[in-house]
Design a protein around this ligand. Structure first.
Ligand SMILES: NC(=O)c1ncn([C@@H]2O[C@H](COP(=O)(O)O)[C@@H](O)[C@H]2O)c1NC=O
Length: 509
C-alpha cells in the first residue's frame, strides 16, 4: 500500500501527470521546492517537504531532504517492532514511494568552459541519498529514478494497489545503476581535473543498453549493444534512417570504416569487409571516390559496409544502389539520395558525426582491460627518410601518402597496394609479412605495375621487397627499423624501387 510519496526531480518530464495520477489514487505527496511548485501550479494536492522536516531548505538547496524525518520514513523496516517504535516516538511518517532524478551533472560538464564551481554545485547529494535509502529498503519502498517508469507505476497501483516485491526490486536495481553511473561521471570529471586521464587509477565507465542484438559474431553467440551514457559522437550517437536492425558484425565493421574514411579531407569512400578495406579511394567528387573504391575489388565489395566522408548526393546514391550493400554511413543523405536508397529494403542507412579525436581504445581481456590512446599520431613527413638511391616522384609520393593513411587501418600483418588514390590490393591479418604482400599483389594483378606498396611494420627480411619488385611495384613506404633493413634497401636499389622509412609503426591487432 502506498500512502505517502516523496517526489524530488530535476528532470520534470511527466512529473505533473504522474503526481496527479498518484493524488487521484489517494497518495499524499511531499515535494522539494521546484518540484512542489510545478505540481502545485498544476492544481494537484502536494505538501512541502518542510512539513516533514520542520526545517527550511537551506544553503542553496544543498540541504533540503537530508533529515531523519525523511530518511527514517524511507529506511524504517515496517515489520520491525523497534523501527516502528522509533517512528512512533519521533513522529516519523513512512514514505512508501520515492521519486527522484538527480541534478544534471553530465549535462553541466558537457557545456563549454564550465567552471569547477558550477560543476560541483551540480553534484546532487540529497537525491542520491534518498535513492540509495529507498533502493536499500526495496522490500517496503518503491524507488523511481526514470520518468519512463511513471506509467507502469500508475498502471500497477491501479491494478493491484501496490507495486509488488519483484517490481520494487527491479526498480531498486535500476536506482543503484543510476547512482553508480552518476558517480562514475563525477569521478571521471575529477580525474580529468587532476590530469589523470586517459589512465586514471580506477577505470570507471557507464554504458546503457541501446538494444539486444539478434546474435553476436556468430549465431550461437548472444549479444547486445550499449552506448556510453551521453555519447555525442561515435557508434553510440549514430542515427539509423532506414533498414533492418544492425548486427554485431555490422557495428564492428562500421567502427572500422568510419575511422578509416576520415583519414581523408578530400571526398573519400571506403568499403569494408571484416574490418579491412576491400576498396578505398578518394576522388574529385564523392561519386568518383565511391566508383573507384568499388572498382578496386568489385567482387569483395558485395555485401560490404560503405563509409563516406561527404553528404550522399543523388549521383553517388544511384551508383551505390546498383550493388547489395549491408550498410552505408555518411554525415548526411540528401532527400533524393534517400529516396533512391530507401527503395532497397535491406540496406541500412546511417547518419553519423565525424569521429571525435582524443578517444581511447579499450580492449577487454579476461580479468582486465587494456586501454590505449588512439593511433592518431599527426605524422610529420619531414621526419621520413628516403633510404634508397632512387627518390620517389611527386606522383609516387601522393600514392604513398594515400597508402600509408590506409594501411594503418588494416589488420597486421598488413600490406596495401595503391595507385591514383585507389587501393588495388590488400593483404590483411597474415602471420608473415611476405604472405600479406603476396595476397595484396595477387589481388592487384597487372595493376601492380607502377603502383606503390605500404607496409604497417618493418620488413624482417628482404623477401617482401623482392616479391614486390617482380610485380612491378615502384615505390614502398614502411616504418624501417629491422636489423636487416639493409637487405630490403639493397633489394629496392637493385629493382630501382624508391623506399621511404616513416619511423612510425602502425600495428593493428
Ligand atoms: N540537498 C538535498 O537535500 C536534496 N534533496 C533533493 N535534492 C535534489 O533536488 C532536485 C529537485 O529540486 P527541486 O524540487 O527544487 O527542483 C532533485 O534533483 C533532487 O535529487 C537535493 N539536492 C542536492 O543535494
Amino acid at each position: 500500500m502506498i500512502k505517502n510519496a516523496l517526489i524530488s526531480v530535476s528532470d520534470k518530464t511527466g512529473v505533473v501527470e504522474f503526481a496527479k495520477s498518484l493524488a487521484d489514487l489517494g497518495v499524499t505527496i511531499y515535494s522539494t521546492g521546484g518540484t512542489f511548485r510545478a505540481i502545485a501550479d498544476a492544481g494537484v494536492a502536494v505538501h512541502q517537504v518542510e512539513e516533514l522536516t520542520q526545517f527550511p531548505e537551506m544553503m542553496d538547496g544543498r540541504v533540503k531532504t537530508l533529515h531523519p524525518m525523511v530518511h527514517g520514513g524511507i529506511l524504517a523496516v515496517r515489520d520491525n517492532a523497534e523501527h516502528v517504535k522509533a517512528m512512533n516516538d519521533h513522529g516519523i511518517q513512512p514514505l512508501d514511494l520515492v521519486v527522484v532524478n538527480l541534478y544534471p551533472f553530465r549535462e553541466t560538464i558537457a557545456k563549454l568552459n564550465v567552471a569547477l564551481e558550477e560543476a560541483i554545485e551540480n553534484i546532487d547529494i540529497g537525491g542520491p541519498t534518498m535513492v540509495r535509502s529507498a533502493a536499500k529498503n526495496n522490500a517496503y519502498v518503491g524507488i523511481v529514478v526514470n520518468p519512463e517508469r511513471y506509467d507502469e507505476v500508475i498502471a500497477r497501483l491501479k491494478a493491484d494497489g501496490d507495486l509488488g516485491r519483484e517490481f520494487r526490486f527491479a526498480l531498486a536495481k535500476e536506482a543503484f545503476a543510476h547512482t553508480a553511473a552518476y558517480d562514475t561521471a563525477i569521478a571521471n570529471y575529477f580525474s580529468e581535473q587532476l590530469g589523470q586521464t586517459p589512465f586514471p587509477p580506477e577505470y570507471l565507465q557507464a554504458y546503457e543498453k541501446v538494444t539486444d542484438l539478434r546474435y553476436g559474431e556468430n549465431p550461437h553467440q548472444k549479444a547486445a549493444f550499449y552506448k556510453e551514457i551521453g555519447a555525442a559522437t561515435g557508434m553510440g550517437a549514430m542515427k539509423q534512417l532506414h533498414g533492418k536492425d544492425l548486427s554485431y558484425n555490422n557495428i564492428v565493421d562500421m567502427e572500422a570504416a568510419w575511422n578509416m574514411v576520415w583519414e581523408f579531407e578530400e571526398p573519400a569512400a571506403c568499403i569494408i569487409k571484416h574490418t579491412n578495406p576491400c576498396g578505398a579511394a578518394t576522388g574529385a567528387t564523392l561519386q568518383e571516390a565511391y566508383v573507384k573504391a568499388y572498382e578496386a575489388d568489385s567482387v569483395s565489395a558485395f555485401g560490404g559496409i560503405v563509409a563516406l566522408n561527404r553528404d550522399v548526393d543523388e549521383a553517388t546514391a544511384t551508383e551505390m544502389s546498383k550493388l547489395f550493400l549491408e550498410v552505408i554511413m555518411a554525415p548526411k543523405f540528401s532527400a533524393k539520395a534517400l529516396t533512391i536508397l530507401e527503395a532497397k529494403k535491406n540496406i541500412r542507412l546511417i547518419e553519423l558525426e565525424k569521429p571525435a579525436s582524443d578517444q581511447v581504445v579499450v580492449k577487454k581481456v579476461s580479468g582486465g582491460l587494456l586501454v590505449q590512446t588512439e593511433d592518431d599520431l599527426q605524422e610529420d613527413e619531414t621526419s621520413y627518410t628516403v633510404v634508397t638511391k632512387v627518390q620517389p616522384t611527386e606522383e609516387q609520393w601522393q600514392a604513398l601518402r594515400f597508402a600509408w593513411k590506409l594501411v594503418k587501418h588494416v589488420k597486421s600483418n598488413a600490406i596495401l597496394i595503391a595507385k591514383d588514390n585507389q587501393t588495388l590490393g590488400v593483404g590483411a591479418g597474415q602471420m608473415n609479412r611476405v604472405g600479406a604482400a603476396k595476397i595484396a599483389l595477387e589481388e592487384a594483378g597487372e595493376n601492380a605495375q607502377g603502383a606503390v606498396l605500404a607496409s604497417d611494420a618493418f620488413f624482417p627480411f628482404g623477401d617482401t621487397v623482392a616479391t614486390a619488385a617482380t610485380h612491378g611495384i615502384t615505390a614502398i613506404i614502411q616504418p624501417g627499423g629491422s636489423i636487416r633493413d639493409e637487405e630490403s634497401i639493397a633489394k629496392a636499389d637493385e629493382a630501382g624501387i624508391a623506399m621511404i622509412f616513416t619511423h612510425v609503426r602502425h600495428f593493428k591487432h
